[in-house]
Design a protein. Structure first.
Length: 110
């Protein structure tokens, strides 16, 4: 019926090669700057694992990470806010990173 009206229906698969495992047209149309669905899923899983791990840290370490990474304060500025030395903030940050690494290692693997 469609051909009688002068129209032909094609799929993108019909425009590719005859090799069933190859999809050159679909590959050409893919947006290389966007993550694949699998990459998005893995990224979201990793992000949620990080959030869960941070929530398991002691409150003071959570605060140091928040001020450092999200508020972009320096170690010295965080020390002023928390009334401790810059050196102590460095220690708290290092302890937090070690704990996060251990927590994420058990959650996500090596």
């Amino acid at each position: 019926l469609l051909q009688a009206k002068g129209a032909v229906v094609l799929s993108l698969d019909d425009l590719g090669s005859n090799d069933e495992d190859s999809h050159p047209i679909l590959d050409a149309l893919a947006d290389r700057d966007q993550p694949t669905p699998l990459e998005t899923l893995v990224s979201e899983d990793a992000r949620q694992a990080l959030v869960n791990a941070i929530e398991r840290l002691p409150e003071r370490q959570q605060l140091v990470l928040t001020l450092y990474y999200f508020e972009e304060l320096t170690m010295k500025e965080i020390g002023v806010v928390l009334h401790v030395t810059e050196s102590r903030i460095c220690q708290l940050h290092a302890q937090a990173m070690i704990r996060l690494k251990a927590l994420l290692h058990t959650r996500l693997g090596p």
